[in-house]
Ligand binder design. Structure first.
Ligand code: PRP
Ligand code: URA
Length: 208
C-alpha cells in the first residue's frame, strides 16, 4: 500500500473542520499546519534510533536519538507552504527544498516555474508537502525531479487525496509512500476533489 490514510482521531476531526464552506483563512491556515504536524509524526515513525550517552542531572545516562538522518522538507508552491511550518515544528533541523508548480486549469497538467533544492539529496529523506493530491500530476512531477537528483527516500504528506491521484501515484512511483488525512470520493469535471476542501492555495493565502 503506497498511500496510507491516517486514522488517528485528531487527524479525522481536524480534516472534518477544514471542510466547512465558510471557514476563515486564519482557521484554515492553522488547521493546515496542525494536520501537517500530525502527518509528519506518522511519516517518521520508522526513523531508526541510536543510543548516545549524555550528562543528565543524575549523572551520565544513555538516551535515544535519531540516527544521523538528514531531512529535506519539500513544499510544492504555493499551497505546500501552508504545511511546511507544521512539519518543521517536528523536525526543526530539516533543510528546505522548494518546487513551484501550477496546474493548468484547462489541461490539469502541472506547469513548472521554480525549483531550488538543497545539496546531498542522495543522503536525505525528502518529505514532500502539498495539501491536495488530485490527478497526482504535481506530486509525480516533484518526485521525478527529486529522483533525477539522486534522492532515494521520498515520502509525501497530503491533507486530502482523490482515488484518481492515488492510482496515478501508485503506478508512477510504487516505492514512494504517501500519508494522507483522507481519501475522498472522486474528482469533478474541473479536477477538484469531491467533497474535498476547495482550492487549498486560495484558502491558505486568502486569494479569491
Ligand atoms: C494545487 C495543489 C496541488 C495541485 C494538485 O495547486 O496544491 O499542488 O493543485 O493537483 P494535481 O494532483 O491534479 O496536480 P495549484 O496548481 O492550484 O497551485 P497553488 O498551490 O499555487 O494554488
Ligand atoms: N487543487 C486544489 O486546491 N483543490 C483540489 O480539489 C484540486 C486541486
Amino acid at each position: 500500500m503506497t498511500v496510507i490514510e491516517v486514522q488517528h482521531p485528531l487527524v479525522k476531526h481536524k480534516i472534518g473542520l477544514m471542510r466547512e464552506a465558510d471557514i476563515s483563512t486564519k482557521k484554515f491556515r492553522e488547521l493546515t499546519g496542525e494536520v501537517g504536524r500530525l502527518l509528519a509524526y506518522e511519516a517518521t515513525a520508522d526513523f531508526p534510533l541510536e543510543k548516545t550517552t549524555i550528562e543528565c542531572w543524575s549523572g551520565p545516562t544513555e538516551v535515544d536519538q535519531i540516527a544521523g538522518r538528514k531531512v529535506t522538507v519539500v513544499p510544492i508552491l504555493r499551497a505546500g507552504l501552508g504545511m511546511m511550518d507544521g512539519v518543521l515544528d517536528m523536525i526543526p533541523n530539516a533543510k528546505i527544498s522548494v518546487v513551484g508548480l501550477a496546474r493548468d486549469h484547462e489541461t490539469l497538467q502541472p506547469v513548472h516555474y521554480f525549483e531550488r533544492f538543497v545539496g546531498q539529496l542522495d543522503e536525505r529523506t525528502a518529505l514532500i508537502v502539498d495539501p491536495m493530491l488530485a490527478t497526482g500530476g504535481s506530486m509525480i512531477a516533484t518526485i521525478d525531479l527529486l529522483k533525477k537528483r539522486g534522492c532515494k527516500d521520498i515520502r509525501a504528506l497530503v491533507l486530502v487525496a482523490a482515488p484518481e491521484g492515488v492510482a496515478a501515484l501508485t503506478a508512477a512511483h510504487p516505492d514512494v509512500r504517501c500519508w494522507t488525512a483522507a481519501i475522498d470520493s472522486h474528482l469533478n469535471q474541473q479536477g477538484y476533489i469531491i467533497p474535498g476542501l476547495g482550492d487549498a492555495g486560495d484558502k491558505i493565502f486568502g486569494t479569491k
